[in-house]
Design a binder for this molecule. Structure first.
Ligand code: FES
Length: 466
């Protein structure tokens, strides 16, 4: 009997019972200054690579129109569709994390464009991808497990052929008509459904217009250029995407065991936006794609040896999938370097971390070594805080953990000394007010007033306040 991956089935209950839902994942140590540098985003870099990709898409479209209806247009269309409905996957993904561009609306604009190119409903998939990062490859929790055990050869072929695109279209149709997919209903908050419906209706409307154009010009070409590439171009997205998790362990809380890092050539890395550094991405989703190779250098000593190339990755995953067809419980033996317990999750307290002293109900935190635009984790008993330095003598103390899930905000990205981005799902808070600024967070962050010492070398606050 096939394994149950439904978000509303027995494994969904089991995952919660076994502590796999919203669990605490392994994190390697990293120098906090280096992490801050790696989290910086660049409009110039992201724009240059976006224009290169879009230029290739438009150029191939023009060539295909020129060659249509000769047979020469076929290979051009296949390549065009690969860039449109396949390479869009990596753009959709990066923009969904809001990490490519420094300017948020640019990420959002490209996110909506690439969502349409992939037939992925923008709001639905944002929530789905949050869940994927919370419960990566946990059966019953993660809707983005692309290759379920046992994966047959025909499943693989159907995936490469883009059959999944039709399932997406069916769901769009359902939502456009006001229905709700039961699995999507499991993770999309009630207040988002009106938006989900509007987006689905917009997608349907565009596709209907393209079909009408086909009838008007008596040619399938418009649909081959807009709409159908989301099906017959999926092969390129699958070619890269299959390498991320397929054949690796399920139901573990360590990305080193369920995710692959592979060394790829520069062309693949451009098409795939460096997502071949996939373990690194899952561990630090606040790091933009162009900084993933540098992040890899920082933490590679704590990771399994990367696969040397794409071919080796395919050998590994196809071999594992073959074994799992015979024995569903087969797992690859994947040695991971030992990391001392004391070194784990030491992102913000490594190096020049704060020295905390408690006098009565007053807590004093040394600010020595805490630079402007940086944050420090402060643990006092069973409570945890984040101390932000926003100016030479300007400090803000907040609750440490994100109001959305299990992530410490001192490990997030501080943007323009005003906003903190959560390290787990890229939700954002205004540091001064604690107001949520970007989904998925919607509960404000508690702010605690602090006093700066006369010598400016520490701050203090009253622990009693909640
Ligand atoms: Fe989800 Fe912070 S844990 S945004």
């Amino acid at each position: 009997m096939p394994k149950d991956y439904s978000l509303v089935g027995e494994n969904a209950v089991r995952a919660v019972d076994e502590g796999l839902a919203d669990g605490a994942w392994f994190m390697p140590p990293i120098d906090p200054d280096r992490l801050t540098a790696l989290q910086r985003r660049s409009n110039g870099r992201a724009l240059a690579e976006l224009l290169l990709w879009l230029g290739a898409v438009v150029g191939l479209a023009i060539l295909a129109v020129g060659l249509w209806p000769s047979l020469w247009s076929v290979p051009v269309l296949v390549l065009y569709a690969g860039l449109y409905g396949g390479a869009a996957d990596a753009r959709w993904h990066e923009m969904g994390h809001n990490t490519a561009f420094r300017t948020p609306w640019l990420n959002d604009a490209v996110y909506y464009l690439s969502s349409f190119m992939m037939w992925r409903e923008p709001t639905l998939w944002r929530w789905s991808h949050d869940r994927h990062h919370t419960d990566t490859i946990v059966a019953g929790r993660d809707l983005e497990i692309a290759f379920k055990r046992p994966t047959t050869r025909s499943d693989l072929l159907k995936t490469f052929a883009g059959f999944g695109g039709f399932a997406l279209l069916k769901r769009i149709w359902l939502h456009a008509g006001g229905g709700r997919d039961p699995e999507a209903a499991e993770f999309i908050p009630e207040q988002e459904w009106a938006k989900v419906r509007r987006e689905a209706q917009l997608f349907v409307m565009i596709l209907v217009l393209v079909c009408a154009l086909c009838l008007a010009v008596r040619s399938a070409l418009p649909l081959l250029l807009v709409g159908l590439p989301s099906v017959y171009g999926l092969w390129m997205g699958v070619f890269f995407g299959v390498t991320q998790h397929a054949g690796l362990q399920e139901n573990v809380l360590d990305h080193r065991l369920n995710t692959r890092t592979i060394y790829m050539n520069p062309v693949f890395r451009f098409l795939y936006l460096n997502m071949n550094y996939h373990i690194e991405h899952h561990m630090f989703p606040t790091v933009p794609y162009y900084n993933l190779p540098a992040l890899h250098e920082e933490i590679k000593h704590y990771l399994p040896t990367p696969l040397p190339n794409t071919l080796a990755a395919y050998r590994e995953l196809l071999g594992a999938m073959g074994q799992q067809r015979v024995d569903e419980s087969f797992e690859l033996d994947r040695p991971v370097p030992a990391v001392p317990e004391a070194a784990r999750r030491q992102i913000s307290i490594a190096g020049n971390g704060p020295v905390v002293t408690v006098e009565g109900d007053r807590v004093h935190i040394s600010t020595v070594g805490l630079d402007v635009g940086r944050a420090r984790r402060v643990d006092v008993g069973d409570r945890s805080f984040a101390l932000f330095r926003l100016g030479p003598q300007d400090y803000v103390l907040t609750d440490g953990f994100c109001t959305h899930g299990q992530a410490h905000l001192a490990e997030g990205a501080v943007i323009d000394c005003a906003v903190v981005e959560c390290p787990k799902h890229n939700g954002r808070f205004d540091i001064r007010s604690g107001d949520p600024l970007r989904r998925p967070v919607n509960v404000p962050l508690a702010i605690h007033s602090v006093e700066v010492a006369r010598d400016h070398r520490s701050v203090s606050f009253a622990l009693a306040q909640r």
